[in-house]
Design a protein around this ligand. Structure first.
Ligand SMILES: *Cc1c(COP(=O)(O)O)cnc(C)c1O
Length: 360
């Protein structure tokens, strides 16, 4: 068996020890005689698995008791509708910060449910920056302020938590959740699909301040009403049981790595290794402003796009896959989520230098 270095933006690489444990437990979870996939979500075994996953996530992120943790479905794209349905709370609209492809999608979807004020946009920079907080034109009557903490496609990331005063801050953290500590108390809600930095696709994590729920629009589907989901411990409908189990194993693995502060230190080393290589090269370049560069998703370009195919082919021969950039921006993209080891980034950097020496 040969495992590759998988730089996919999502679904993405998972920690190997997690996959091994899941394989060992596949046919018989802890003497139950069943696979987790075969368990009733209402049985005591699965209830224990889900409760442990939630407890571990709460511990890792230091989530205060006044926040609900919801295990939902529909992905971040689903949440783009579910958030306004739940959080408009009688307000006419919400503020959105436009930093790229994913925030644009959030904005388009929210417009179906309320007025959207785009309080700041990075369009003028070609989405290579995060607009400084001082430039935001916030509406004091907004229900919430929405940001995308890390733009998975453009590779820009917030390196500050914006102060929005009394208006709750809501963040799509799909591609940066668990990459470093965040102060949950600064947010009204945090959401993200699991398939980037947590576990398998199919699970959506929502962390929401208790006092913001219970005022969903009447049209909100029951399965997507935060109050209903919270009241039923995320089991109003059948949750994605296997994805929750794997997420729980990942949380345990993160804890064993030293938690989120240790992950941040490692993620910073990984990102610095790659960005330093790009910046020191005359052949490769990062299009993103230095102070907004993502630790998780690193888009980069070759000097000559005609060599893109040869670059990808050579990478694959060396066991490095999924480096092709998103179709909307072209070029390359290396995603360096928690499960990507430093050795994988070192292998990529070695290859970049080798490729430049040959073609530069
Ligand atoms: C991947 C991604 C999404 C879309 O998630 P789905 O699970 O496909 O709905 C939305 N926002 C961000 C920041 C993402 O990285």
């Amino acid at each position: 068996m040969t495992r590759v270095y998988n730089f996919s933006a999502g679904p993405a690489a998972l920690p190997e020890p997690v996959l091994r444990q899941a394989a060992e437990e596949m046919l018989d979870w802890h003497g139950s005689g069943m696979s987790v996939m075969e368990m009733s979500h209402r049985g005591r075994e699965f209830i224990a698995i889900a409760a442990e996953a939630e407890a571990l996530l709460r511990e890792l992120m230091a989530i205060p008791p006044s926040y609900k943790v919801l295990f939902m479905q529909g992905g971040a794209i689903g949440e783009n509708a579910i958030v306004p349905m739940n959080l408009l709370r009688g307000h006419a609209g919400a503020d959105y910060i436009d930093t790229g492809e994913w925030s644009k999608k959030s904005i388009q979807e929210a417009k179906k449910y309320g007025r959207v004020n785009v309080a700041a946009s990075a369009a003028a920079s070609g989405y290579t920056t995060i607009p400084p907080r001082s430039t935001w034109q916030l509406d004091p009557g907004a229900a919430y302020v929405h940001i995308c903490s890390n733009e998975t496609i453009g590779g820009v990331e917030y390196h500050f938590t914006p102060d929005t005063g009394a208006v709750p801050l809501v963040a799509d953290m799909s591609s940066s959740i668990l990459s470093r500590p965040v102060d949950v108390r600064r947010y009204g809600a945090i959401y993200g699909g699991a398939q980037k930095n947590i576990g398998p696709a199919g699970l959506t994590i929502v962390i929401v301040r208790e006092d913001l729920i219970g005022q969903a629009l009447p049209i909100t589907p029951s399965a997507f009403d935060y109050q209903t989901v919270a009241e039923h411990d995320s089991m109003y409908n059948t949750p994605p049981t296997y994805a929750i189990y794997i997420a729980g194993l990942v949380f345990k693995w993160l804890q064993a790595q030293g938690g989120l502060a240790a992950m941040e230190a490692l993620n910073r080393r990984k990102a610095a290794l790659l960005y330093d290589c790009l910046d020191g090269s005359a052949f490769f370049r990062s299009p993103v402003a230095r102070d907004c560069r993502s630790l998780m998703n690193v888009p980069f370009k070759l000097k000559d796009a005609a060599l893109d195919a040869a670059f990808l082919e050579g990478a694959e021969e060396r066991g490095m896959v999924q480096l092709k950039g998103h179709r909307s921006v072209g070029g390359m993209r290396a995603s360096l989520y928690n499960a990507m080891p430093l050795a994988g980034v070192q292998a990529l950097v070695d290859y970049l230098r080798e490729f430049e020496a040959r073609h530069g």
